[in-house]
Write a protein that binds this ligand. Sequence first.
Ligand code: ADP
Ligand code: MG
Length: 241
Amino acid sequence: MEAIKLSRVSKYYHQGDQVSVGMKQISLTFNMGEFVAVTGESGSGKSTLLNVLSGLDKYEEGEMFIFGEETSHYEINDFEKYRREYVGFVFQNYNIIDSYTVLQNVLLALELQDYPKETRKKRALELIELVGLTRQKNQKSSKLSGGQKQRAVIARALAKDTPILVADEPTGNLDQVSAGQIIQLLKTISKDKLVILVTHEFDQVKEVATRRIKMSDGEVVEDKQLKTYQSMQEKPLVKDT
Ligand code: ADP
Ligand code: MG
């Protein structure tokens, strides 16, 4: 099932009279169930692509379809709604409050999602267990290691239960072992979701990725299906607000 489709989408950055190309004329289709690795050198446009796909950044040319819906007319609040309901973010330290414990951080994410108050704690503990942080649940986030913090970010992203998960260099500052664990965790939780992961170390994800997209100078220079994936037939459940 098609989740996101880009049709000749371009994004430029304007600074005074300076215009730099973030990405140009990109046409791509992403389906539910895919685990996409976006690779390329620094400055090639990976983050730009991810930020446009996840509604963090606007684009100026072309059309992006989200579950079939056009977005070129979207205003800021439309993209906010899209991000809130459809996209989980796994960016370094994303939305983690250092002075909160792991449990408090996950509880907050559930609260922001209007998750029912009575079952919130139960759900938070389930998510914490899923990412392997049960022993650290009452620890302040500032006291976590890099890998543990990234697990907390993932627990928060999961609290949103979105059909799309985006990750920008999620293993960036981690040692080899923690990096491998984070990738495996992302694989485990990505079933039926669309995962788009930016990395400059493709080797780390080559075993789990179903597709590799390589960028250079704001353009896609390679788009390769690596293995088959299970495509969901029915629409993902997104709550109506
Ligand atoms: P990557 O994530 O692959 O390192 P980016 O998407 O961050 O690449 O950047 C692509 C291009 O867009 C680069 O030339 C970069 O300098 C430019 N760029 C990215 N963000 C901005 C910004 N906020 N303002 C101006 N130029 C930017
Ligand atoms: Mg980047």
